[in-house]
Design a protein around this ligand. Structure first.
Ligand code: C2E
Ligand code: CA
Ligand code: CA
Length: 261
């Protein structure tokens, strides 16, 4: 079924807003892949991305994700709802990232859709760079020259996070949602998140918390100095049209009751 999915346009990108924790303004989004299966309905990426990866189909689908993201970006910029400084993140797969033609293909898409520097961000995981760190750094640097930024996703779940942090040209750290989940009642999770945030500050990185579901979590993260957040509390990932409707009315202040500064 996956072999046919791309041709039959069964993939769709959903967008989850990234929000400034102090102002409550939407400062960008993460593009998340969805598969609308003709009979089984919506299938989660966690269930099909491993299959795409082992079959090699991820190369084409991953390219489609980047191209469709850039199409949307171009449209939003044209409509004036995507402001300068906002940034759209896409997720990368190891196999996609390690292809020799990856850099050229991405730059091609960026040029085709006239994407300004700073508008596209790529989320990588440690698993993606773990085998050949120097090659990964070279790839990232080439894309950085064309204005692509990088975020380290699922931070804290890997093996040697701190050594990678020092080596990789990333601007952003995404604190994994497994640490956020119990942050209000688990002291060690709270200490871990606090440590990650202050380390991010010291290294000059932007820190994003993922999976924020409650106001209590949000308030605590704000106190701890986290910069940005994503999560169901603000919005689930939504189809493009629904996301666009959230954009023009920003800065979005609702739900930021404790943001008194
Ligand atoms: P991820 O990159 O860590 O993405 C965050 C996941 O957390 C998303 O799941 C998102 O829907 C979910 N999420 C967001 N806010 C909350 C919240 O408040 N609570 C909870 N419980 N979950 C929240 P999703 O969309 O099912 O994606 C799962 C994973 O699939 C992603 O994890 C990412 O690793 C992968 N993925 C998604 N899209 C792509 C893609 O285009 N390419 C590649 N290579 N991987 C992708
Ligand atoms: Ca991600
Ligand atoms: Ca993540």
């Amino acid at each position: 079924d996956l072999h046919r999915a791309l041709d039959e346009k069964q993939f769709e990108l959903f967008f989850q807003p990234k929000v400034d924790i102090h102002s409550g303004a939407i400062i960008g989004a993460e593009a998340l892949l969805r598969w609308k299966h003709p009979t089984k309905g919506m299938i989660s990426p966690a269930d099909f991305i491993p299959v795409l990866e082992t079959s090699g189909l991820i190369v084409d689908v991953g390219h489609w994700v980047i191209e469709d993201s850039c199409k949307k970006l171009q449209q939003w910029i044209h409509q004036g709802i995507w402001k300068e400084g906002m940034c759209l993140s896409v997720n990368l797969s190891p196999r996609q990232f390690r292809r020799e033609t990856f850099v050229d293909e991405v730059i091609d898409v960026l040029n085709t859709y006239n994407i300004p520097a700073g508008a596209l961000d790529m989320e990588i995981t440690e698993g993606l760079v773990i085998q050949r760190v120097d090659d990964a750094i070279a790839t990232m640097n080439q894309l950085a020259k064309r204005g692509v930024t990088f975020s380290l996703d699922d931070f804290g779940t890997g093996y040697s996070s701190i050594s990678y942090l020092k080596k990789l040209p990333v601007q952003t750290l995404k604190v994994d949602q497994s640490f956020i989940r119990d942050i209000t009642d688990d002291r060690s999770d709270r200490v871990l998140v606090e440590t990650i945030i202050s380390m991010g500050h010291l290294l000059g990185l932007v820190v994003v918390a993922e999976g924020v579901e409650t106001e209590q979590q949000l308030n605590l993260l704000r106190e701890l100095g986290c910069h940005h957040y994503q999560g169901y509390w603000f919005s689930r990932p939504v189809p493009a049209q629904e996301f666009e409707q959230k954009l023009p009315s920003q800065p979005e202040q609702k739900k930021q009751t404790a943001a008194a500064e």
